[in-house]
Design a protein around this ligand. Structure first.
Ligand code: SIN
Ligand code: FE2
Length: 206
């Protein structure tokens, strides 16, 4: 289902917020970060089932998942090193769009191969839910699904394209959301097929 019409309160879509030059510069910064903090494949809490996306982080805290659960931690789970700094352009974007007076602490980097998806979930591992989650899409288009704050309610879908920014704040801060599919070959930004999604989060209460 596509979603013409107004989005729910707190959910803000900024199509094409980053132009081609800004996308290229951001991609270069993320490649540099991933050279220092390599993408790895997280596992589901409990079952240990591998995610279809690979992940890494920038920032003082990174979001990780393994058999023990979901959490934020200051070190990469495989290298044991601190995560690289959040690229300056992302901090600027947060300053412009987040409507929140403190900087983000985590930037989760999700890499979707063409077959990867993400099941419906809430982002609720953060202490300060007054801060929004700000998401940036790079590369191939994605079918993003969102609903309300209870699981199993009605949902709508949005196409997220390279350069789009989505802000989940206010009444939509705890909205369920996920990625149903990627449309391979819809962007030429990356060398090959796939999609990168960056989500900026404030984790601790200032
Ligand atoms: C996420 O919910 O962490 C990612 C959303 C996206 O890939 O657009
Ligand atoms: Fe999420």
């Amino acid at each position: 289902m596509s979603a013409p019409g107004a989005l729910p309160p707190g959910l803000h879509h900024h199509p094409g917020r980053l132009d081609a030059a800004a996308q290229g510069a951001l991609l270069a910064a993320i490649r540099e970060a991933a050279a220092e903090a390599p993408l790895y494949r997280p596992a589901m809490p409990g079952t240990g089932k591998p995610f279809s996306v690979r992940m890494t982080n920038c920032g003082t805290l990174g979001w990780v998942s393994d058999r023990a659960g979901y959490r934020y931690q200051p070190l990469h789970p495989e290298t044991g090193r601190p995560w690289p700094a959040i690229p300056a352009t992302l901090l600027e974007l947060w300053g412009e769009l987040a409507g929140y007076p403190h900087p983000p602490e985590a930037c989760l980097v999700n890499f979707y191969e063409p077959s990867a998806r993400m099941g419906m979930h809430q982002d609720k591992d953060e202490e300060d839910l007054a801060a929004p989650v700000l998401s940036v899409s790079l590369g191939d288009e994605a079918l993003f699904r969102f609903g309300g704050v209870t699981r199993g309610g009605p949902t709508r879908s949005l196409r997220l394209r390279s350069g789009d920014v989505l802000v989940l704040g206010g009444e939509s801060r705890l909205a369920f959301h996920g990625v149903d599919r990627i449309y391979p070959g819809t962007s030429t930004l990356l060398k090959g097929e796939g999609r990168i999604n960056l989500t900026l989060r404030r984790v601790t209460r200032p």
